[in-house]
Ligand binder design. Structure first.
Ligand code: GBH
Length: 516
């Protein structure tokens, strides 16, 4: 955050930049645009953010339990996920909301320590397994498909004590956990996501303090994490491929978060900087899996090796993959799972020399970024409304990775709360419009997931930033859920399979229609 702030000051010093928004959507708003045949709509949540029941029925401690209990007020409102939305007890109401929205699928994540309290497979916690069985069966009863994330940031604390993603044995431990959940739920779950957002796990959690476990060992732990996490992801993929795919017939892939980095000017320097920012930001995780050659991007390898040598290291801080490992990771995702929220400008000139902590991944990259003052903002400092960035990012994924099937596994907007959420409605319409532009351009986008079904524990921001289509009342022990205006609008998009800007919802009653 602090460096972001510095860079925003820099922008003022550098003067105004060219505003190259690629197209205006105003003309479009008078036409109704249809989504392609077979396109699927869902919403998402994650275990720690909604379940609560943190120590109930045999669940063991994970790194978010640990962080929020040992440093309560490092969370903005000193809150935690002990109870959260109480989804552990209220899953039937959650499924009722999915039916109200008419969703095709629902994306949720499994809590590792609820299923395996020792972290290992020596003991399976039946009560935890029952919870997920109940949730899955309740959804399937109404023809709502589960899309299940194995890991959404809640590492068992015991494994963290052993180093977490920095211990190479994590590949075995995570693989064993993955096999267990394929065995337990794979007869009914046909869409698997191995990891949610490697960048937030490694760069924020191991290279910074903005996510658990807040290691803050910059330019070292974040890179070690990247390597081990990719190998663990690949292990889960191969286990599914070799032992389950034939009988269970599902798909499995990874979800990567990416913003779009637009060059701040036409200069060669800024163009190169923007490309490298994308490689350091998410290419580091995408290239090993989705590129033809596999491995970390060569620019990254060269830059980190050169910097490391300059700094007196005897080898690159970016660990290497062996040729066997490159092959083991390459091609291990049936789809490109994309979480996208926002975009920014990237530049490089003398002003960024030496401004970053050294060593660090930011220093290895050596580029500046900023957003424009006039961009519409959400309740989250990092989330500005930049729909053309979504369009450009989707086209870039198509061009860079040979047009893979793309599942949008998260996209959404935060407010401070309240049922009249016109900002969220406008965000969804603009981003869906940009996504349709990308589809018209040939991008193979097949799935869209709104983040989130309902308000939830927003990590370091606690309950202060709200992403829900449904509002959750945290003052009420029953954690009552109430549909926002955006819920009615999303419901109509899902029902009509079209984007109609003129639709004005009647927000009096939320009903359950048709087969759902
Ligand atoms: C997703 O992450 C998560 O998967 C989900 O759990 C979360 O609730 C949701 O988004 C909403 O945040 O500039 O230092 O403040 C989105 C990834 C997280 C990337 C916040 C940018 C800002 C870090 N984003 N991060 S900072």
């Amino acid at each position: 955050m602090k460096s972001l702030y510095h860079l925003m000051i820099l922008v003022v010093l550098l003067g105004p930049v060219k505003f190259n928004e690629c197209k205006t959507t105003d003309a479009r708003q008078n036409t109704v645009r249809r989504f392609p045949e077979g396109f699927l709509f869902g919403t998402a949540t994650a275990s720690y953010q909604v379940e609560g029941a943190w120590n109930v029925d045999g669940k063991a401690e994970n790194i978010w339990d640990h962080l929020t209990h040992t440093h309560p007020c490092d969370i903005k409102d000193c809150s935690n996920g002990d109870i959260a939305n109480d989804s552990y007890n209220q899953y039937k109401r959650d499924v009722e909301m999915m039916r109200e929205l008419g969703l095709d699928f629902y994306r949720f994540s499994l809590s590792w320590t609820r299923i395996l309290p020792t972290s290992f497979v020596d003991k399976i916690n039946e009560a935890g397994v029952n919870y997920y069985n109940n949730l899955i069966d309740e959804m399937l009863k109404y023809n709502i498909q589960p899309m299940v994330t194995l890991y959404h940031w809640d590492m068992p604390q015991k494994l963290q004590d052993l180093g977490g993603w920095n211990n190479p044995h994590i590949v075995d431990w995570y693989g064993d956990y993955a096999r267990t959940v394929f065995e337990l739920f794979g007869d009914r779950v046909k869409n698997w996501i191995t990891m949610n957002e490697p960048r937030e796990i490694c760069y924020q959690g191991y290279g910074d303090v903005t996510m658990a476990p807040r290691l803050n060992i910059k330019g070292v732990a974040d890179y070690m994490c990247a390597k081990n996490l990719l190998l663990a992801h690949a292990r889960a993929y191969h286990i599914y491929n070799d032992e389950f795919r034939e009988t269970q017939n599902g798909t499995i892939g990874i979800t990567i978060s990416a913003g779009f980095s637009e060059p701040a000017s036409e200069s060669e320097e800024d163009k190169v900087a923007a490309e490298e920012a994308a490689l350091f930001g998410w290419g580091i995780y995408a290239q090993p899996i989705f590129s033809e050659t596999g491995d970390f991007p060569s620019i990254l390898k060269e830059k980190v090796a050169a910097k490391s040598a300059e700094q007196g290291f005897l080898r690159s801080r970016l660990p290497e993959f062996t040729p066997e490992e490159v092959e083991y990771v390459r091609g291990t995702s049936d789809f490109f799972g994309l979480n996208h929220y926002s975009s920014g400008y990237t530049f490089r000139n003398e002003s960024v020399l030496g401004i970053f902590e050294s060593p660090s991944s930011d220093d290895d990259l050596g580029a500046g970024s900023y957003v424009l003052e006039e961009w519409e903002t959400s309740a989250s400092s990092w989330l500005k409304v930049v729909p053309w960035g979504f369009y450009k990012l989707l086209v870039k994924i198509k061009d860079d990775y040979n047009n893979p099937p793309v599942f949008i596994t998260e996209n959404g907007f935060s407010t401070l709360g309240g049922l009249e959420d016109d900002g969220r409605i406008s965000y969804y319409r603009k981003y869906l419009d940009a996504m349709l532009d990308a589809i018209a351009e040939g991008c193979d986008v097949r799935v869209y997931t709104a983040w989130s079904l309902m308000d939830n524990f927003e990590w370091m921001q606690g309950y202060t930033e709200r992403f829900g289509l449904y509002e959750v009342d945290y003052e009420d022990p029953a954690r009552t859920r109430t549909p926002r205006k955006s819920a009615f609008v999303y419901k109509e998009i899902v029902r009509s399979r079209a984007l109609d800007w003129s639709y004005q919802p009647d927000t009096d009653v939320m009903t359950i229609d048709d087969g759902h």
